[in-house]
Structure formats: structure tokens, C-alpha cells
Design a binder for this molecule. Sequence first.
Ligand SMILES: [Zn+2]
Length: 440
Amino acid sequence: MILKGGRVIDPASGTDAVLDILLEKDQAVKSGANLSPQFPDETVLDCRGLWILPGLVDIHTHLREPGYEYKETIATGTRAAAAGGITTLACMANTLPVNDTPAVTRYILEKAEQEGIVEVLPIGAATHGLASERLSDIGLMKEAGIVALSDDGVSVGDAGILRIVMEYARRFNLPLIEHCEDPATAKGGVVDEGETGTRMGLRGIPCVSESVIVARDILMARWLGAPIHIAHVSCRASLDLIRWGKDQGVAVTCEATPHHLALTVGDLFQSDYDTRFKVNPPLREEADRQALLAALKEGVIDCIATDHAPHDIQSKMVEFDDAANGISGLETALPLALSAGREAGLTPLETVSRLTVHPARVLNIDRGRLLNGGLSRLVVFNPDEPWEVDPAHFFSRGKNTPFAGKTLRGRVKMTLFDGRRVFVDAANPWGLKPVPDKKA
Ligand SMILES: [Zn+2]
């Protein structure tokens, strides 16, 4: 297959240029100007005006299987990922049962092999049952194939256990991904505890609930010489601490979600208590969103991660206090990330790096690059095409998105995984027309 005349954006090689891409039978990716087909049956696609990116790497996804198949399955979640341009995803351990043993890790990997259409990398629980009491089977799970540790949904609450987890994480070369939330100060909260949240009359989660754990984790990582990755950062004080940690030489990295980069508690207020805006950590004030954008530009935020959290309708169609947290985010991530990048003053190459090589580096995996020996996993993207988000058309079982009815700019046209088309934009396959034969 030849993709002709697209703008190739590959942060790993620093490439941002109009090039032809040739995908060979052995899945090697070659690039050049004016490549022509070697075989008569080769498909040539006209990609002029389109972008060609490496397949995205999402470091933070909830696939819900095993245990919550009514919310999402590995089959539907990986199809949603492909539709979003994501070809590698790391899935969180808070399933039922929790992924805290090699048996669950193997189950996820086997299921992904049979029913998944993109690469699924399981994250193992740091502690048994996410309970912060004793360690999970870290060594055996590593052998079975986990790529990171996380009790996401909650923090590793006990600092003594955290110390041992970090020592194991360092020894097994597994990044520890922390959901930073102090339960004592966040207890019962459902919105940001600021002016807007207070006006809404709902119980708040203050920024300090996040920042106090970020501080603890960075100090612990500095003491132990262990890496730490902070999930879904939401407020300015946390970013100041992460910046300080980086300046100190601590191996601290972090991610922000497209929704925290795009929305504030003010949007929730204006939505009239719409539970689709309920996430954890909660949407914050505009000053925090501006701090996130500045940190994205500065490089304090390493990755953009979806925190894809699909839910069934019943979990959201209840009173705000009782509604589940989370947004179904795989299928809207790329246009939202690029629009945040534009707002923050990043080049497309810089934004794409936060969705590809940077998360791959955190996970210690060779992914997220296209040229110079990368895999034939790529995304063809129309950067200007407007489209209205209609969750009824989501591949994900989770229809819970605050972006429903909103018009986003930029649409995934096609996703290739190891040379196979795992997604083609059926609604409007424009841009994938074959190049006319010159002789004809
Ligand atoms: Zn989380």
C-alpha cells in the first residue's frame, strides 16, 4: 500500500514533512518523495491534505473486562481505540476480579489476542484488591506481561506499603502510575471545591486532596530513586510540585486528560448538573485549566492520556451525588488533544509526541514511532474536517461523553494496525480515494 502526499508527523524521528509512505508486505515502513507502486495490485491512496501519524499510545484506559462487560469489553474497547487512532493501550487493573494475579493478566492478554484489534498491555494492581494492605503478585504478573503498576481509582493509601511498592517497581523495572487522591479530604466529594463548585451546593474535592499525595509520592520517589508517573493531573499546585520534582532530578512524569484540558467546573455548572461531566479528579476552575495548558507547552506534562472510563446508562442516569465518575474518551481524544495543543501554542509535532513517544517512554516500550524501523501502525487524519460527536455511533459501549452534540475539528479517517485496516471512517471515507492511473 502507498499513502501518497500526506503530511507525515513522526515525533520520534523529528519528521514533519509531506512524504509518500510505502507499507511493504513484511510491514516495513518506507518513506520518500514520489514513490510509485512496485506491483500492479498495490493500493495507492491519495492522502493530500491529510496527516499521517504513528498509531497513538494511550497509557490510561479502562477496558472493564473482566467483570464489567456491560460497560465495555476488550472487543468493543479496542474497536473504539482504533476509531480514535490508538493502536496501543495500557488498561487499568480495577476490573472484577482486580488484575492483581498472573491469572487475570493472562486472561486479559488471551482475550485481547482473540477479540481485540489493537495492542492491549495490562497494568497490574500495585496492591492486592487495590486495598493498600499487601502487595499483589508483582513478579509473577511481570512474567505474565504487565507493563506497569497502578491502583488507579484510588491511591496507594499507606505510605509504608507505597515504599515497598516503589522498591518492587524499581527492581522489576515497572513504572508506578498513581491516582493521587487523599481519601480523608476528598471523602464524599463530587465536584471541585472552589467557588463554582460551592455555588452548586455539592460537596467538594479540594485541589489539595490531589496535591498532598503528589507531594508525598515525589518525595518518596526522590528518596528511593524510583520512578513515579502521576495520572490525570488536574490542578496548578500539583503541576508546581511535579515541576519541582523534575528540577530536582526525580524520575517523575505525568499525564493530563483531554477533558481536563478542554473543560472546567464552569462547563459543568452551565450543563445544569449533567452527570456526563462528572469525573475524578473533578473538572477544576479555569485558572487550573490554564496551568495545565502552560505545563503542556513547557513539557511538565509529558503525556496526554484518555482515562477512558465507559459506563452503562444506569450508572449515569441517577442523581449527581450517586452517578459514576468518568468519560468515554477514546473516540474523541485526538481532536481534543490537538485543539488543546493549538490553544497552548504547541506545534502538531509537539502535541503528537505527547500521544505517542512520550507515553511509550514512560512504559519502557518501543512504540509510537513510524519511520526508521517503526511498526506499520499508523493513523490517517483529516486535521480540518468538522464532525459532530454522536455517542450513538461510538464503538465503545460507554456513551457517556460531555462532548455529545459538540462539533470537533479533525477526524480519524483510517487506522492501520500491523498493516491491517482496523478502522476506516465509514461515514465519510473521503480522502481514501485511489490515485488515478496516469496512463488511463
Ligand atoms: Zn484515576
